[in-house]
Design a protein. Structure first.
Lengths: 336, 296
C-alpha cells in the first residue's frame, strides 16, 4: 500500500526544519491522495454502477414481479410483488433438464479447455524456431469473432457439403453423414456395442474447448516461463524421469494458476450464450441455461420469469464456486 | 545393484523417446486444429458455390476457379444487390473505436487510483468490479433494454458504446492496475517532490511509463467490442442500418438463398481486421493480458 508513508519513516528523517516541513507536506499529500483517489475512481465507478449494478438490482426486483415484455418501463418499480415467477421456474421440468445440460456443458468445456491448454503449454515449453508464430496461431480461436467461427464450424460439419462428413465418407468409410449439430442422440459403435451419445451437446462442447483452450494455454504458458529453473535442475540431477518431473515438480507449481483458470472459465461457461445460440440455437439437447433465459425473454416475453431463472442460476453458481473454493482451501492447507 | 539403475534408465529413456515423437506431433495436430477452420473459411470464400458442391473435400484453390464474386455480393450496398457489409464495417469500427476511447478514459484514472492511492474502499472496489462477471450478461440486458428504449438510446450505436465500455472496464482496470503497480514508486515520489501535483505525476510520469499496457488494453477492448454479438442482437436487430458486422453476418444465415461461400466471405470480412490487428501486436497484447499471472 502506502509507499508514501514508508519514505516518511523516522530513520530517513533529514535534519532540521526542512524535515518538519517535508513531513507536514507529506501528511497533507496522503490526505490529498485519498481525496484524489476518490475523484479519479468516481467516474469509473459511476458508469459501472449505472450500467451494470443498477440493472442487476432491477432484475432482482423484476424477478419478484409479474412483468411482460410489453409492460416493461410502464409498470411501477415496486408494484405487484409475487413469488409466482419462482414457482413457475422451479416447478418446470425444463429448468432441471436445462440445468443438467448446463452442468455437463460446463464441466466438459472447462476441464477440456484447461487440459488441452496445459498440453499445448507443455508442448511449446522449450524454445524453438517459429515458436512465437505457432503460439500466436494457437490463440486465433480465442480472439476471432464468435459469429465467424461458429459459421465455419457449421459449414464444416454440414451433412451435405461439409468437409468433415465428406472426408468421413471418402476416407473413414462412414455410410451416412453425421448431423453433428442437429442430432440429439446418436449411436456410437464401440467393439460391437451400441452406445448412445449426445451428439450435438458433445459437438458444442468440442467447439467450446477449441475456442477457449487458448485462454488456459496463454496463462499456463506465462506461469511456466516464470518457474524457477533450479528446482527442475535439482530434479534432473536426482535422476527423475520426465513423467516424475512433470507430476512432482512442474504440475504442483502450476496448480494455483490452473485452479484460478477453472474458476474463471466455470463462471463464463456457465453463462455462455453466443456459442450455443449460434451453433444450434439451443436445439437438439443443447438448451443450456442462458438459452432458456433468452427464450423466456423473447419467445414467451415473460421478463419476470427470465429474471427469476437467472437469479436461481446465479445462486447455484455461487454455491458451486463456494464449495470449490472450500475444497481448494482444504487441500491447499494440507499441501503446506 | 545394477538392476534398479538399469530399469530406471530404460523407463527414463523410453519416456524421453516417446516425448521426442509426441511433442512435435502434438504441436502439429494442435496447429492444424487451430488453423484449419480459418483456412477453410478463406478457401470457401474464394470458390464458386457450384465447385464446392461438386468437390466438397478439396482444401486448395485452383487458378481457374478463383473468384471474388462472394466478396462483391457481401460488400456491395443492398441497393446494388449486395448485403451492405460496407455500412456494417463502418458501424463496427465506430462502435469499437468509441468503446476503446470511453473505456480507457474511465479505466485509466480508476486503475491508477486503485494501484496507487489509499482511498477509502479501495480493496472492495476491485472485488465489486469482478462480481459483475458472475451474472449472465443477458440479465443485465433486460433492464438496459427497457431504459434505453425509454430514452431513445436502444437503436443507436452510442448506446452500444456505453454498454461495451461498462462491460470491459473491469478487465481494463485489472490489466492496467497490474502494470501501474510495477512502475517504481520512487519515480513518482521524485515528481511529487519536484512540485508536480498528483494528477501531474499521473499524466506525465506513470501513464507515459505504462504506455505499452494502455495500448494492449485498448486493443483488447477493441477486439471485444468488434466481436460482440448478444447486445448488438438485442438492441439493434430491428435497425438494419445500424447493424454491426457480427450482427449482419448472423442475420445472413437466417436469410434464404445465401450460399455458404457468401457466408464465408462475410466471415472473412469480420475476422480479417481482428487477425491482422492481433498478429501485428501479439507480444504487446499477450504480455498485457498475462501481466501479474506470472506471480501465480
Amino acid at each position: 500500500m502506502s509507499a508514501t508513508t514508508t519514505t516518511a519513516l523516522p530513520g530517513q528523517k533529514p535534519p532540521g526544519a526542512r524535515a518538519t516541513r517535508a513531513r507536514s507536506k507529506r501528511d497533507g499529500l496522503t490526505r490529498r491522495d485519498a481525496r484524489d483517489g476518490l475523484i479519479l475512481v468516481a467516474p469509473t465507478l459511476l458508469v459501472v454502477v449505472v450500467m451494470v449494478f443498477l440493472p442487476l438490482a432491477w432484475s432482482f426486483v423484476i424477478a419478484f414481479q409479474k412483468l411482460r415484455l410489453v409492460n416493461i418501463g410502464s409498470q411501477g418499480l415496486f408494484e405487484a410483488f409475487t413469488f409466482e415467477n419462482f414457482a413457475l421456474v422451479l416447478g418446470s421440468k425444463e429448468l432441471w433438464s436445462s440445468l443438467w445440460i448446463t452442468v455437463l456443458f460446463t464441466a466438459g468445456s472447462v476441464i477440456g479447455s484447461v487440459v488441452v491448454g496445459l498440453i499445448a503449454a507443455l508442448a511449446l515449453r522449450k524454445p524453438f524456431r517459429g515458436r512465437t508464430f505457432i503460439r500466436a496461431s494457437m490463440l486465433l480461436p480465442y480472439i476471432a469473432p464468435v459469429v465467424a467461427v461458429t459459421f465455419v464450424w457449421r459449414i464444416m460439419l454440414n451433412p451435405s457439403f461439409g468437409i468433415v462428413n465428406s472426408v468421413g465418407r471418402d476416407l473413414l468409410g462412414w455410410t451416412d453423414p453425421i448431423p453433428f449439430l442437429t442430432q440429439k442422440e446418436g449411436m456410437l459403435g464401440i467393439l460391437g456395442a451400441q452406445i448412445p451419445v449426445p451428439t450435438a451437446l458433445l459437438t458444442v462442447i468440442a467447439f467450446q474447448i477449441w475456442r477457449f483452450f487458448p485462454f488456459a494455454f496463454l496463462f499456463i504458458m506465462a506461469r511456466m516461463e516464470s518457474l524457477p529453473a533450479e528446482i527442475e535442475e535439482a530434479a534432473l540431477v536426482d535422476g527423475t524421469t520426465p513423467w516424475q518431473k512433470f507430476i512432482h515438480v512442474v504440475l504442483p507449481q502450476l496448480l494455483p494458476v490452473m485452479s484460478v483458470l477453472v474458476i474463471l472459465r466455470t463462471i463464463w461457461t456457465f453463462n455462455e450464450f453466443d456459442s450455443v445460440f449460434l451453433l444450434t440455437g439451443g436445439a437438439a439437447g443443447t438448451g443450456v441455461a442462458s438459452i432458456r433465459v433468452y427464450e423466456l425473454l423473447t419467445v414467451q416475453q415473460n421478463v419476470g420469469a427470465a429474471s427469476a431463472q437467472s437469479l436461481v442460476l446465479a445462486a447455484l453458481l455461487v454455491v458451486a464456486l463456494g464449495v470449490y473454493a472450500a475444497i481448494l482451501k482444504k487441500s491447499g492447507s494440507r499441501f503446506e | 545393484m545394477t538392476t534398479p539403475v538399469r530399469t530406471r534408465l530404460t523407463s527414463d529413456s523410453i519416456q524421453r523417446a516417446v516425448l521426442k515423437i509426441a511433442r512435435p506431433m502434438t504441436i502439429v495436430v494442435l496447429l492444424i486444429v487451430c488453423l484449419l477452420p480459418f483456412w477453410y473459411m478463406f478457401v470457401l470464400s474464394m470458390r464458386p458455390i457450384e465447385q464446392l458442391l461438386r468437390d466438397p473435400s478439396r482444401l486448395w484453390l485452383t487458378f481457374d476457379e478463383l473468384s471474388l464474386t462472394s466478396y462483391l455480393k457481401v460488400l456491395l450496398p443492398t441497393s446494388e444487390g449486395g448485403q451492405g457489409f460496407g455500412t456494417f464495417i463502418a458501424n463496427s469500427g465506430f462502435v469499437a473505436a468509441g468503446s476503446v476511447l470511453l473505456a480507457l478514459a474511465l479505466a485509466i484514472p480508476g486503475a491508477y487510483a486503485i494501484a496507487r492511492l489509499p482511498f477509502f474502499g479501495r480493496r472492495q472496489i476491485s472485488v465489486l468490479f469482478l462480481a459483475a462477471y458472475l451474472f449472465p450478461s443477458i440479465i443485465i440486458a433486460i433492464p438496459l433494454f427497457a431504459v434505453f428504449t425509454r430514452i431513445g438510446l436502444r437503436g443507436s450505436l452510442v448506446g452500444l458504446i456505453l454498454v461495451y465500455a461498462a462491460q470491459t472496464i473491469p478487465v481494463a482496470i485489472y490489466m492496467l492496475r497490474n502494470y501501474l503497480e510495477s512502475v517504481p514508486v520512487s519515480v513518482e515520489e521524485a515528481g511529487l517532490m519536484d512540485g508536480l501535483t498528483r494528477f501531474g505525476v499521473m499524466r506525465r510520469i506513470s501513464l507515459r511509463l505504462s504506455l505499452p499496457s494502455i495500448i494492449a488494453t485498448g486493443l483488447f477492448v477493441f477486439m471485444i467490442a468488434w466481436n460482440e454479438f448478444l447486445f448488438a442482437l438485442l438492441f439493434l436487430v430491428d435497425r438494419p442500418a445500424q447493424w454491426t458486422v457480427s450482427l449482419g453476418l448472423s442475420r445472413l444465415s437466417g436469410a434464404v438463398e445465401v450460399p455458404a461461400t457468401v457466408l464465408m466471405a462475410g466471415s472473412v470480412v469480420l475476422t480479417l481486421p481482428i487477425v491482422i490487428l492481433f498478429f501485428a501486436t501479439e507480444r504487446l497484447l499477450t504480455g498485457g493480458l498475462t501481466a501479474g499471472a506470472e506471480k501465480g
